[in-house]
Design a protein around this ligand. Structure first.
Ligand code: ZN
Length: 186
């Protein structure tokens, strides 16, 4: 589990490092606040999507399932700054589906970790592959990275888009396009 004392000590050191007075009123409780916040925003490290994806339902028809516009907040591991946006998931079942809210839960578990967007996208796709054994999975993530917008090259509004396609989605462009057109249809 997380070591709150280490987090608190680290935050104090960082504040001292930037020349702040860690004992001034506004900062006194900041280390403790950040430690508790870490439990929330990095809590996905201690959760397994299996708890949500295990419960499945049998379906007669293996039509495409899409859950789009799943809002998420994550943290870039290079700067520890937020990146946030929307994840879109599609899969072609193989006789089994999961409840739609479980797809959003899976996104949430992988979002609440320090990481890069590419890994988050691949992790979500892999979890669905492993647990549902579908004919194919496609995951698209669109996000704004505050390490690109509030610092560095400062390009507000620019979006990073990542896409992972497995199984039938990997080879079938028509299926990919069907997914993309449904995701873009607002
Ligand atoms: Zn970054």
């Amino acid at each position: 589990m997380m070591d709150y004392e280490k987090i608190k000590a680290g935050v104090r050191l960082m504040l001292e490092g930037i020349g702040e007075d860690v004992n001034r009123e506004g900062l006194l409780e900041t280390p403790d606040r950040i430690a508790r916040m870490c439990a929330e925003i990095y809590g996905g490290l201690y959760e397994d999507p299996a708890q949500h994806l295990r419960k499945q339902f049998t379906v007669e028809r293996d039509d495409m399932v899409i859950e789009k516009d799943i809002t998420f907040y994550s943290t870039c591991e290079h700067h520890l700054l937020p990146f946030y946006g929307k994840a879109h998931i599609g899969y072609l079942p193989n006789g089994k589906v999961v409840g739609l809210s479980k797809l959003a839960r899976t996104v949430d578990i992988y979002a609440r970790r320090p990481q890069i967007q590419e890994k988050m996208t691949a992790d979500i796709a892999r979890a669905l592959e492993e647990h549902l054994n579908p004919r194919g999975v496609i995951v698209m993530v669109e996000a704004e990275h505050t390490c690109m917008t509030m610092r560095g090259i400062k390009k507000p509004g620019s979006k990073t888009v990542t896409l992972v396609a497995t199984g039938v989605f990997e080879e079938n462009m028509e299926l990919q396009n069907r997914f993309l057109s449904m995701v873009r249809d607002r």
